[in-house]
Write a protein that binds this ligand. Structure first.
Ligand code: GLN
Length: 484
């Protein structure tokens, strides 16, 4: 898709400004219903597009991403643009700097259409915890787009953006990609700088692309990857063009499958995944059964480590340094006369009114698990199991090149279906959190749709790769995509 648009721009079949206008027109028509976007950045987009058109008019060569319009998840800082992370507490926050991924995309000449809706602070699997209301799944408006990068996935699915950026702490790129028929890539921890991403769980967070095709994901990854002096956990990596690895070939590639993962699955989902396995076999890949004995602890480990990091990362939202303060809430009974209030009361009330229920739940869980007396039993223990899970992967990757699993236990569920029961919502993450725990790269690729209540709903499968081996991961994903 990006390559085709690039050719059109190069051949002057369309200008970058026209292309951006086309997307804004579609957003205007469709987004009232879908609500993928929180903020549109029309002025910025037009400025960026004009610059590309001027370059073309001067007869200069343009790079692959120049003039290609995309969307940015609202937890990534874009300078001078409102950045809320879908939380009331950041309702009026204007980012004073660009995240590293944003400066890189700007340097690459990409065009930014706007900021997308998400679960508040990226906590959720449905985009329903957004303080601004839920995004709808473009394939069925009664269903969720997944989350937390639901706005980004819906924007790509509804052709309201060519590409989008998401963040993934436990599945937030891959799960919505699965629900919206898109490709979602979570790179290796350290592959992409996290500088300027509003932190959720710092040892788990990664930024990555949501796109229509694997090739497009490879193009975006090539633009955003690399070491960054502002993120000490970002790793050295040679400047690579990841599209070079998309050969369409998987002959001899060793693909691991985990039997238990398939056994408990819903019948329809299992059929789809088994067909994916068949496709790989037909392409000459070698399917190997593997075991990850500690995988069954990944969900409990995630739901200890992540809230601990959340409780620490979100301590900064006290109503003083960022965003809104308690007395921005005019509709309360509180006495906001500063003479009658203490600093502590301001902290408490800013958080009480500024943060949503799910965010508060996680701050409390994390604070509890980190408190003296419980730290050893929960946090420390979870960290130890995390190491065991990593060792499982080390062993598995001696035998196989990539691992194939479902991305999600089912296609998109209905709005409201899981909001009353947080545990049901957390179970959405059963196949995805393990990649964040181990830090390995993982991608969700659209498989065949699943017939549900008379509708065909998209469903993805997941591939996980070795640390810093996005090359083989993307190659395997692409080979399926072009041969299925
Ligand atoms: N659904 C997961 C959660 O709620 C993952 C979120 C994410 O990856 N940001 O924690």
């Amino acid at each position: 898709m990006i390559k085709e648009l690039h050719e059109k721009l190069k051949n002057k079949e369309i200008t970058a400004v026209q292309l951006a206008e086309e997307y804004f027109d579609r957003i205007e028509k469709k987004d009232k219903e879908i609500f993928a976007y929180l903020t549109l950045t029309r002025e910025l987009a037009m400025e960026q597009a004009k610059r590309v058109d001027e370059k073309i008019a001067r007869g200069e060569e343009i790079e692959i991403l120049e003039g290609i319009p995309g969307a940015i998840k609202d937890n990534l800082c874009v300078m001078d643009v409102r950045t809320t992370a879908s939380s009331k507490i950041l309702d009026n926050y204007i980012a004073p700097y660009d995240a590293t991924v944003i400066s890189k995309l700007k340097e690459n000449g990409a065009v930014f259409l706007g900021k997308t809706n998400m679960d508040e602070f990226a906590m959720g699997s449905s985009t329903e915890s957004s303080a601004y209301g839920p995004t709808k799944n473009p394939y069925d408006l009664e269903r969720v787009p997944g989350g937390s990068s639901g706005g980004s996935a819906a924007a790509v699915a509804a052709d309201e953006a060519v590409w989008a950026l998401g963040t993934d702490t436990g599945g937030s790129i891959r799960q919505p990609a699965s629900f919206c028929g898109a490709v979602g890539l979570k790179p290796t921890y350290g592959r992409v700088s996290r500088y300027g991403a509003i932190a959720m769980g710092s040892s788990l967070d990664q930024i990555g692309p949501i796109t229509k095709t694997v090739e497009d994901a490879a193009i975006i990854l090539s633009a955003i990857a690399g070491e960054d002096k502002y993120d000490a956990t970002s790793a050295q990596s040679a400047n690579k063009d990841y599209t070079d690895y998309l050969t369409g070939e998987v002959k001899g590639m060793r693909i691991g499958i985990i039997k238990e993962h398939l056994e408990g699955l819903d019948e329809n989902v299992r059929e789809v995944i088994e067909k994916v396995i068949e496709t790989y076999k037909n392409l000459g890949a070698e399917m190997k059964e593997i075991e990850l004995p500690y995988a069954k602890y990944s969900l409990p480990v995630y739901y200890i480590i992540m809230p601990c990091e959340v409780s620490s990362n979100l301590a900064r939202y006290d109503g003083i340094k960022y965003g809104m303060r308690a007395n921005d809430h005019k509709d309360t009974e509180l006495d906001f006369n500063p003479e009658n209030r203490t600093l502590l009361e301001n902290y408490f009330d800013s958080r009480r009114y500024g943060l949503g229920a799910e965010v508060k739940r996680r701050i409390m869980l994390g604070t509890y698990a980190l408190s003296a007396g419980y730290y050893d039993a929960y946090y420390l223990r979870a960290q130890k199991v995390r190491t065991l899970i990593k060792q499982d992967f080390e062993k598995a990757f001696e035998k196989v090149d990539v691992i194939l699993t479902p991305t999600t236990p089912s296609p998109a569920f209905k709005l409201g279906e899981k909001t009353a029961d947080p545990l049901q919502m957390y179970l959405e993450d059963i196949f995805t959190v393990i990649a964040n725990i181990a830090g390995v790269p993982a991608i969700s690729v659209p498989a065949d749709p699943v017939e549900t209540e008379g509708k065909k709903l998209p469903l993805g499968f997941q591939l996980m790769g070795k640390w810093f081996d996005e090359e083989n991961l993307l190659r395997a994903a692409h080979a399926y995509e072009i041969n299925k």
